[in-house]
Design a protein around this ligand. Structure first.
Ligand code: FAD
Ligand code: SF4
Length: 550
């Protein structure tokens, strides 16, 4: 018999990101409109709402306008900085050319968008949700999916607290809590730990392309007020990435004299010697970027994977008793680098389906009304129109691929549907063997513009209880040294943006060391490990980064 206590809810939501919070708000709004009661709770693994949220962000307010139409007058921090300028630069090593706006489709112009911290938007949304009666439990990671005897989803359990590294119970041991629900929404964001299990259990990806990803590495800088132009938005492509890698940079002038800047490397990169962290540091040394950061001070650092698979990688959205919402299902519009509005809208559509089902006395069945609503929604239309953009750039490279992607976007916009949808290959299958790959010589950090990983991780404020089971689990502990090292020069040493993985020792005493307490929960290792040997599981609740306003 389980020693865990259980709590019943109508809807349990895993993850207090924009998707989970929007779903919760919509559920409560519908209940209030109908004069009925509906219990909703959200579990959040971060120590507070927003602590694990990392985004750009330039946000299309479309879903926010639908959900909370008076958000601009209601203290929402996003309202502070409307986007005023939109630039797209193509970088060479020392120079840049600007992409004229008129040749790009209007939806890339960022008209009517806002720039700000997604973490702060989530904090504000959480306040709205609580006002409506949503129970939010920060510091509680959902660690296990619970099932009814008939196989439908019954809810989730939070992880046990107070378990030592060797599995023994410590003095402060507390068993996890079971949260039972008529419907459970998985809103874990990109590459969710439970989402991965749910997709596998119900073969939700049977009819879709594999999901593919990028790794976004971001910093916040306080810049010289004379150089700060609130609302100026810059995207870059080209340098420093070379053959076999795609991605690009972003630099957003936000409120309070800060710029949010970062670099996304698509995780299908081929050279095992590539380090996304070092590419990002190098990108800042470009004369055009360095000029903006002259005399500036770095105040925060973090990283997070981003779903790039688009329309063709969206899995089946429902299983009995469960729904996938937000980036857990991969609703990101790649050329716009925007997933907040689509994630929010997906949460709202799932909420509407669940509210109707609960009202009709149903539970633990498939919410078919949610995928039906998705297929009729602007989210579906928006994602379908750009479905070939990322695959074209990946297949044909930055220059020719971008031209083809532009043609694809324009023709879909003008109603000329391309008669095919390009396919994806899983990111873990893309690496060249180290013996065939050129080594990359990254410059040393200067401590002013560029930094090393450990001093960067320090300002992510990441923190984990040290005496707990390692949450970066290896299916086979021999793989890193016996296979990954000779074949791929163990790429985990370079793709992890937090320096978690090291190969230490010499000769016959080589060991794979996992510095789990540094982890910033970006999920890159879970995605990029060549044999999928690394399985990221949730650590004790509250552990991980403590981002201020990422
Ligand atoms: C570098 C970068 C730049 C981006 N730029 C933009 C942009 O400019 N504009 C834009 O619109 N979008 C942008 N995006 C995408 C956008 O951030 C996502 O689409 C959006 O955050 C998805 O929302 P979500 O609620 O699905 O997931 P998330 O925002 O990832 O939220 C998921 C939440 O669930 C929690 N969680 C996860 N697992 C568990 C668990 N097991 N138990 C409890 N809690 C859990 C997490 O801690 C987190 O708080 C960017 C993303 C990145 C990485
Ligand atoms: S250990 Fe994995 S999830 Fe953690 S920071 Fe490194 S790559 Fe990201």
């Amino acid at each position: 018999m389980s020693e865990r206590e259980s709590m019943p809810y109508d809807v349990v939501i895993v993850g207090a990101g924009p998707a989970g919070l929007s779903a919760a708000i919509r559920l409560k709004q519908l209940a209030a409109e109908a004069g009925s009661e509906l219990s909703v709770c959200i579990l959040e693994k971060g120590s507070e709402v927003g602590a694990h949220i990392l985004s750009g962000a330039v946000i299309d307010p479309k879903a926010l306008d639908e959900l909370l139409p008076s958000w601009r007058e209601d203290g929402c921090p996003l309202a502070a900085t409307p986007v005023t300028e939109n630039h797209h630069w193509v970088l060479s090593e020392k120079g840049k050319s600007s992409f004229p706006e008129f040749i790009t489709p209007p939806f890339l112009h960022n008209k009517g968008t806002y720039t700000g911290s997604l973490g702060n938007l989530c904090r504000w949304l959480a306040g709205k949700a609580e006002e409506l009666g949503v129970e939010i439990f920060p510091g509680f990671a959902a660690a296990e999916i619970l099932y009814h005897d008939n196989g439908s989803v019954k809810g989730v359990a939070t992880g046990d607290m107070g378990v030592a590294r060797d599995g023994e119970h410590k003095g402060d041991y507390q068993p996890g809590l079971e949260l039972h629900a008529k419907y459970t929404f998985f809103a874990e964001g990109c590459r969710g730990h439970l989402t991965k299990q749910l997709i596998r259990t119900f073969a939700l990806d049977k009819g879709s392309q594999p999901q593919i990803y990028g790794i976004g590495i971001k910093e916040l800088w306080d810049i010289d007020p004379a150089l700060h132009v609130p609302g100026r938005v810059i995207h870059t492509q080209g340098w420093p990435l070379t053959k076999g890698a795609n991605g690009g940079g972003f630099l957003y002038h936000q409120a309070d004299g800060q710029v949010a800047l970062g670099f996304v490397t698509w995780l299908n990169y081929k050279n095992p010697y590539l380090s996304p962290f070092q590419e990002m540091q190098r990108w800042k040394t470009h004369p055009e970027i360095a000029a903006i950061l002259k005399g500036a001070k770095r105040v925060s650092y973090g990283a997070r994977a981003i779903s790039d698979g688009g329309w063709q990688a969206v899995p089946k959205l429902v299983a009995p008793g469960a729904a996938l919402i937000g980036d857990a299902a991969g609703f990101l519009n790649v050329p716009r680098i925007k997933g907040t509005h689509t994630s929010m809208k997906s949460g709202m559509m799932a909420a509407e389906a669940a509210f109707a089902a609960v009202g009709a006395g149903r539970e633990a069945d498939e919410l078919a009304a949610y995928p039906e609503a998705y297929e009729k929604s602007w989210v579906y239309k928006e994602l379908r129109g750009v479905r070939n953009v990322a695959p074209l750039v990946k297949k044909f490279g930055d220059k020719f691929g971008t031209i083809l992607a532009g043609a694809a976007m324009w023709s879909e916009l003008l109603g000329i549907r391309w008669p095919f949808t390009m396919q994806h290959k899983p990111d873990n299958e893309s690496l060249w063997h180290a013996s065939e790959a050129p080594k990359i010589d990254y410059p040393k950090p200067d401590g002013v513009l560029t930094f090393d990983r450990l001093s960067s991780v320090f300002i992510s404020n990441t923190n984990h209880e040290e005496d707990q089971p390692v949450h970066l689990t290896l299916k086979d502990p021999s793989v890193p040294i016996d296979y990954n090292l000779p074949v791929y020069a163990e790429p985990a040493q370079r793709y992890c943006p937090a320096g978690v993985y090291e190969v230490v020792g010499e000769g016959d005493d080589l060991r794979f060391q996992i510095n789990a307490q540094n982890c910033v929960h970006c999920k890159t290792c879970d995605i990029k490990d060549p044999t999928q040997n690394i399985n990221w599981v949730v650590p004790e609740g509250g552990g991980g980064p403590n981002y201020p306003n990422m």
